[in-house]
Design a protein around this ligand. Sequence first.
Ligand code: AHG
Ligand code: MN
Ligand code: MN
Ligand code: MN
Length: 333
Amino acid sequence: AKQMNVETDIITLTRFILEEQQHVAPSATGELSLLLNSLQFAFKFIAHNIRRAELVNLIGVSGTANATGDTQKKLDVIGDEIFINAMRSSNNVKVLVSEEQEDLIIFEGGGKYAVCTDPIDGSSNIDAGVSVGTIFGIYRLKEGSKGSINDVLRKGTEMVCAGYTMYGASAHLMLTTGYGVNGFTLDTQLGEFILTQPNLKIPNTRSIYSVNEGNSFYWPDYVKKYIEDLKKPQDNGKPYSARYVGSMVADIHRTLLYGGIFSYPADTKSKNGKLRILYECFPMAMLMEQAGGRAINDKGERILDMIPKGIHDKSGIWLGSKGEIEKFVTYIK
Ligand code: AHG
Ligand code: MN
Ligand code: MN
Ligand code: MN
């Protein structure tokens, strides 16, 4: 017969979750699958609004600031409202932490999950058409909890699911439920996220570093020394390449696929760095570890072992290829 290259057995996110659930947690109740369906609706709707932003005057600022002092863009506020509504209507979420909400939100009903989200990450770039994304991390409520801040001031190791959707040329979802990392691409015709990068692993080394050198005046000396040494010809005779988008989701997506090291270090200007633990550091650290990489703070401690004291607490962070982190660790003092 004439060779037809029509793919007739595509794996959608929904099918993937059901199949993964069978072989990793047969006892699962299907609640996480339902929650992931509500999450993917939020991603599709946010993607839709981002694609149209320029057409409907959705770029620019909203004129307000959030709890961590960021100027809120219109899309920050819209992304946040879309996400809150999608989580409320899922009937599966009890607690929601969002970058754009000063206090945590407790929903009515009997939801069993606490969701931490950065609804629009990289929003300072949004008016320039640079890729932005939504980051999320999910805890199951603690035994007997009715839903409170104690369900989220916990170690990152207790997250049951984490990931991001990057709104680039396509919408890319990178997801882990603790059994490796899988990448999905939104097929806008089907309205489905399709499995495109099964069981993704980060390369063990790659001479790419990703940091905002505009902060280097404020860095501790050991950070300056490490970065300066990367600029010298290495064993292969070539220095490292610098790549920094300024949207964490875009910088992490590249690091997962190509390898390398990403950092937002603590410095004398921001003593805990800039990135928020619950909805930026933890989800990206879980993804990196599940992809075979590492994620540590400025003291070399594992990010996922930290416990935030407040829902918007920040931490310095270094994450990426295992070989690159091991090299950095030798400089810490
Ligand atoms: P957000 O847009 O959610 O506030 O996050 C912005 C973060 C992160 O996306 C990025 O890595 C970092 O800010 C860039 O900060 P600098 O512009 O200071 O480098
Ligand atoms: Mn912000
Ligand atoms: Mn962010
Ligand atoms: Mn944000």
